[in-house]
Structure formats: structure tokens, C-alpha cells
Design a protein around this ligand. Structure first.
Ligand code: UDP
Length: 463
């Protein structure tokens, strides 16, 4: 009987990419393993082997509403997908293959019950930090400790076992306010995690030693719960083919003409947009810094050309023509970070971006914008001490404007000063440790082997 692992990443593409990478890595560990990924839209990546297949789920209308934020829209969509995921899993089970695991993404945890109904052990693939996982598992404890939004006032920070005090806004930005549907969903989802057989994390032992130890000891869980096994398997980056594909891209061609380590790269993820007011401050700040830059800029709505002209200070593009490039479409981030001309990165701190910049040893400044990015910035600044400054500060709310002088000064520190040099050294150390972790003999490699071994043994005993 064949062995098939079924996976469901949830509707976000940034969660599908690491899950596809996880699959490719798992397949290298066992020749008889097959993986089927249930996707709620067309696959962005081609499978590299016939042992990895995609099933496109029947289309389900996403839930939308004028007042719904991203988390609420996603959550609503996943709930609607429940019957089609159940049907797809049941059909696979009917084909006489052993399914020792159903792996779900962070926004797919409602599917744990679907797996339980069909008698398949569920695993969660947590695509952000181990510290984030700890905070998330700790939510029911924090929820019962602080009354309705009272914890917002605890400016000394939220006490999460074994960590520095977590600044309240960094905590809230992930979860929303207590009365919001997103918060309720996160709270329920947090309680689902203990039902999983194991949690796979896109991190590695040397990166988040303390948080991973605390997780293994169950330190974040409410009393009386048992911690599922934790498998740190990162960094999983999905780099295959991504660099070669972009060798002729205008951004890369432009970088080819720049001196080594001279350029600061600014990029804010798939959804990071700025108001025209904020874009102007960034532009003025870059001019103040005097450094070469590659800026992937998206302004908030309206047509690209008009917004760009309106967003940037008069004459900015002309004045900085020899110094910088403003790019208004998706940038080939991985190829840019790998380029020798890039000396620093201003990032929104999305976890994939964090792992990518470490992989290439580029020191970073944090400017968290949405989702769990503030928490990632907290991990990088407080827990790891690897960040060379944070432009959206712990105490700044989402509307706070970051001024040109802060942008200019921070970029200068990153590119010129001792602080930037130290951040570079630490990042280079993580580059070395991260690459070791995924090589044969490394901790993440060993964890993948352990998972595959457990799954294939479990299916042998099933057959
Ligand atoms: N990315 C890219 N070009 C862009 C913006 C993003 O290639 O202009 C990629 C980036 O390399 C990363 C992913 O998109 O792999 C973003 O994931 P992350 O977790 O950093 O942030 P998210 O966008 O999910 O918040």
C-alpha cells in the first residue's frame, strides 16, 4: 500500500510556498512517500516530482464584508472550505492508500476536526516563528488573566513564559481586539493546537533556542494540557529556481552596475502599502541618508503612475536617478537579497522575508506593518538582538507616521555605523547556522527524517 501525506496550507499563497518546500524536503527523505496538497486556487509552483501532486479544491466564494479585516476574511473562507476539504480527504482515503498524516497550515486549524472525523492524525505547519507559536498557545492564559482589553494598558508588556515582556501593541496586532471575530477565532484556534499530533515550525534550534525549549516543556500552554511534539524544520525558503529565473530582471540588471554592499533594499511583502504621506517621508529620508537604494514601493490605491508622481516629493526621481531605483511591481526579493550590491534591508518582518535575509546574511531594519510582523520584529530585536533598529516602534500604533529624519538616520546607521556592522556579523552567524541546520547532520534535517520515519512506520503498522 502506498503512503500519502495530505496537506492543506489554507488560502494564503505565502503559506503555500513554504508548504510546497516542506513537501519537497520530505520527499527527499523517503522514496516511497507521496504528498498531495489541497489548494484553494491554482498552484503557483510546478511540482518538481510526480510524487507531489496538487488537488485544486472546488471553488468556494470567499466571505467578504465591508468591515472585515484580512484575518476575518481568511477565517470565513476557511470555514466555508470545510466540506470540500472533507470530501477531498475522504476520496483520497477511498483509494486504498495509507494516510498517516494530514498537515494543515495556520489558517487551516478548523480542519483538525475534519481529520479526526476521518481517523487521520493531524499535524500543524506553523509558518512563522517558534516564539509566535508560544505567544499564540499562551493566548487562553492571557485571555483569562486580563479583562476586556485591559491588557492594552499594560505598557510594561505581556508576560509570556521565558520571553522578554511582549509589548502590548506587538501582541494585539496579531490577534485583534477582544470583541473582534478574529480574536475569538484565534482563541478557539489556539485551543485546537493541543489536539494535533505534532507541530512543524519553520524555524531552527539555533535561531530560537529558548522559545523552542519552552515550547517542548509545554510552558506556554494553559495548565492541564499536554504539548504536541514540536518539529523545527527551517529555514524552508522555496528557493529552487527563484534566483536563476530573475537574472535579467530590471532590478537585478540595475544592481549589477552598483558597488558591493552599497545599496539598501526596501521591500514590504505582498501586501505592504503606504499612504502618499508616508511614501514622501521615506523618499526624503532616503535622500537624507545619501545611500544608494532599491525601493519596492506600493502606494495605497489609485493608478500606479499617478500615485507614484503624487506620492514622491517634487523632483525626487530626477534628483536620485544616479543613486536609486523605485520599483512599483513585485520585486524578485530573493535574487535581490542574494546580490552582492545589497548591503542592508528595510523589511516589514514577514517571517519568510526574515528567513530569506538571514539565509543571505543581509542585516536588517524592521518596519512591521500587519499580521504578526510586530511580533517578529520583537523576536528579532529583543530575543535575538539581530535587528539594526525598528522604524515602526513598539509604542507606535498603525497610524503613526515615520518621519524622514528617522528613516535617513536609521538607514545611515545600518549602512555606515558600528551598529550596522554588528547586525551584519550576527546575521552572517545565523546564515551559517541556518544553512547547517538543513544540511545532512543538521537539527532541522534530523527532525524531517524523524517525521518521515514516524509516518512511514505508522502506515506499515496500518497495512
Ligand atoms: N516577495 C517578493 N517580492 C515582493 C514582495 C514579497 O518576492 O515584492 C516574497 C518574499 O520574498 C517572501 C514573500 O513574498 O518570500 C513574503 O512573505 P513574508 O512572510 O515575508 O510576508 P507576507 O507578504 O506574507 O506578509
Amino acid at each position: 500500500m502506498g503512503v500519502t501525506i495530505v496537506m492543506f496550507p489554507g488560502p494564503l499563497e505565502s503559506h503555500s510556498v513554504p508548504m510546497i518546500e516542506l513537501s519537497n524536503r520530505l520527499l527527499r527523505h523517503h522514496a516511497d512517500l507521496n504528498i498531495t496538497i489541497l489548494l484553494s486556487r491554482n498552484a503557483a509552483t510546478r511540482p518538481l516530482t510526480p510524487r507531489l501532486s496538487f488537488i485544486e479544491l472546488p471553488y468556494v466564494e470567499p466571505s467578504t464584508g465591508a468591515q472585515m479585516n484580512l484575518a476575518e476574511t481568511l477565517i470565513g473562507h476557511v470555514d466555508r472550505l470545510k466540506p470540500v476539504v472533507a470530501d477531498a480527504l475522504a476520496s483520497i482515503l477511498n483509494t486504498n492508500v495509507a494516510v498517516p498524516a494530514f498537515v494543515v497550515g495556520m489558517f487551516g486549524t478548523t480542519m483538525i476536526d475534519v481529520a479526526a472525523d476521518l481517523g487521520v492524525p493531524a499535524y500543524i505547519f506553523f509558518t512563522t516563528s517558534a516564539t509566535g507559536l508560544g505567544v499564540f498557545l499562551h493566548l487562553p492564559v492571557v485571555d483569562s488573566k486580563y479583562k476586556e482589553d485591559e491588557w492594552r494598558a499594560h505598557m510594561e508588556g505581556i508576560d509570556v513564559a521565558g520571553l522578554h515582556m511582549v509589548p502590548p501593541l506587538d501582541f494585539i496586532s496579531v490577534l485583534g481586539y477582544k470583541q473582534s471575530p478574529a480574536y475569538t477565532w484565534f482563541l478557539n484556534s489556539s485551543r485546537q493546537y493541543v489536539k494535533a499530533q505534532g507541530i512543524i515550525v519553520n524555524s531552527f534550534n539555533d535561531l530560537e533556542t529558548k522559545a523552542l525549549e519552552a515550547l517542548a516543556q509545554g510552558a506556554y500552554l494553559p495548565a492541564g494540557h499536554t504539548m504536541p511534539s514540536i518539529y523545527p524544520v527551517g529555514p524552508l525558503l522555496g528557493l529552487d529556481g527563484r534566483q536563476a529565473e530573475f537574472a535579467d530582471h530590471p532590478c537585478i540588471k540595475w544592481l549589477d552596475g552598483q558597488p558591493n554592499s552599497s545599496i539598501v533594499f526596501l521591500c514590504f511583502g505582498g501586501m505592504g502599502t503606504f499612504s502618499t504621506e508616508q511614501a514622501r517621508e521615506i523618499a526624503l529620508g532616503l535622500e537624507l541618508s545619501g545611500h544608494g537604494f532599491l525601493w519596492s514601493l506600493r502606494v495605497q490605491s489609485g493608478s500606479k503612475e499617478t500615485d507614484l508622481q503624487a506620492a514622491l516629493p517634487d523632483g525626487f526621481l530626477e534628483r536620485t536617478k544616479s543613486l536609486g531605483l523605485v520599483w512599483t511591481e513585485s520585486a524578485p526579493q530573493v535574487s535581490i537579497l542574494a546580490h552582492p550590491a545589497v548591503g542592508g534591508f528595510v523589511t516589514h518582518c514577514g517571517w519568510n522575508s526574515v528567513l530569506e535575509t538571514m539565509w543571505f546574511g543581509v542585516p536588517m531594519v524592521g518596519w512591521p506593518l500587519y499580521a504578526e510582523q510586530r511580533l517578529n520584529a520583537f523576536v528579532l530585536a529583543k530575543e535575538l538582538g539581530i535587528l539594526c533598529g525598528r522604524l515602526k516602534k513598539e509604542e507606535d500604533d498603525d497610524e503613526a507616521l515615520v518621519e524622514a529624519k528617522d528613516v535617513g538616520e536609521t538607514v545611515r546607521r545600518l549602512m555606515e555605523e558600528e551598529e550596522g556592522r554588528r547586525a551584519r556579523e550576527k546575521t552572517l552567524r545565523m546564515k551559517e547556522l541556518g544553512r547547517k541546520a538543513v544540511e545532512e547532520g543538521g537539527s532541522s534535517y534530523a527532525n524531517l527524517a524523524l517525521l518521515v520515519n514516524q509516518w512511514t512506520c505508522a502506515s506499515n503498522s496500518q497495512s
